[in-house]
Ligand binder design. Structure first.
Ligand SMILES: [Zn+2]
Length: 296
């Protein structure tokens, strides 16, 4: 009697374990890819689903222009199945060569490949092993805060995952199609919010919305110049320009100093609005920015 109930319980346990292992992807089957900033994780998780885990190098609240990784992070990057670059942001300009030198077999995909970059020089002629041209020297790296940038990033993420895991191509393509529909819906919401807006100019401390402004025919007026605090003369000049453009908002981010932004806001009578272009939830943040601009 006892023997038959024990074997029954054992069979039940065995059945339960096999059910669990079949349902969820085994940890070792999940590949890790490394990215630089949180918004990349959003796009990568949307396309990769449960097949890829995303390791973000620059922690929330840190500036990806100046962040330096700790040794543990360099190990994590080395253990990744691939590195997905956002393009030419400060961190990547400073560290990608080191990462490549220490991990010669690590595939690196440039998610800005094919993007019409603003500022800086064009392709500087050298390619990585995937034949993607690199945009260095001064191009504005903030491509993810835009609709055109999001589409380019989504396509390059798809290409990367299909290259790394061909057998699941149909799944990645399906996820990609769904993501493109979400990007379109975000574009429509923003266009709708901005349609009645009269003042098409905004002030921002750090030029994080260059491509957003291009997408929606807005004028971005920056306080920071070439990565540095403005001089008093530059602040005065910006105050005049802002008045001429009838700007109503000063955008600030947690990663950057707000002192000068507060001065400008006071001088011009603008509202000071906190944004987080490095937030994970890309559509939510894009729409939040448009909402702030539409609240005239
Ligand atoms: Zn930046």
């Amino acid at each position: 009697m006892l023997r038959s109930s024990l074997s029954g319980a054992f069979l039940l346990l065995l059945f339960f374990l096999s059910a669990v292992s079949c349902g969820t992807k085994r940890e070792e089957d999940v590949r890790v890819v490394s990215v630089t900033i949180e918004p990349q994780r959003y796009f990568a998780e949307k396309v990769g689903g449960e097949h890829f885990k995303v390791n973000v190098v620059v922690p929330a609240g840190q500036s990806p222009e100046t962040y330096d990784p700790v040794p543990r992070q360099m190990m994590e990057i080395g253990r990744s199945a691939a590195y997905l670059q956002i393009g030419c942001i400060g961190f990547e300009q400073a560290w990608m060569e080191n990462i490549r030198a220490n991990n010669p077999d690590l595939p690196v995909f440039d998610l800005s490949a094919g993007m019409d970059m603003i500022g800086g020089g064009k392709e500087d002629g050298h390619d990585d092993e995937d034949g993607n041209g690199h945009h260095h020297d001064g191009a504005d790296p903030h491509i993810w805060s835009s609709i055109q940038g999001a589409r380019i990033i989504a396509g390059n993420v798809l290409n990367a995952f299909v290259t790394l895991d061909e057998k699941n191509r149909p799944l990645y393509e399906e996820n990609y199609t769904r993501l493109m529909a979400e990007i379109k819906a975000t574009e429509d919401s923003i266009a709708c919010l901005l349609h009645p807006v009269l003042s098409r100019a905004f002030i921002i401390y750090h030029p994080a919305l260059t491509y957003f402004a291009e997408d929606f025919n807005l004028t971005q007026l920056c306080i920071e110049t070439d990565g540095k605090e403005p001089s008093p003369a530059q602040l005065m000049e910006l105050t005049d320009v802002a008045r001429n453009h009838n700007a109503r908002i000063v955008f600030v981010q947690q990663e950057f100093d707000t002192k000068n932004a507060e001065i400008i806001a006071r001088e011009t009578g603008c509202r000071l609005v906190r944004i987080n272009p490095l937030a994970y939830d890309w559509p939510e943040e894009m729409i939040r920015i448009a909402k702030a601009l539409s609240d005239e």
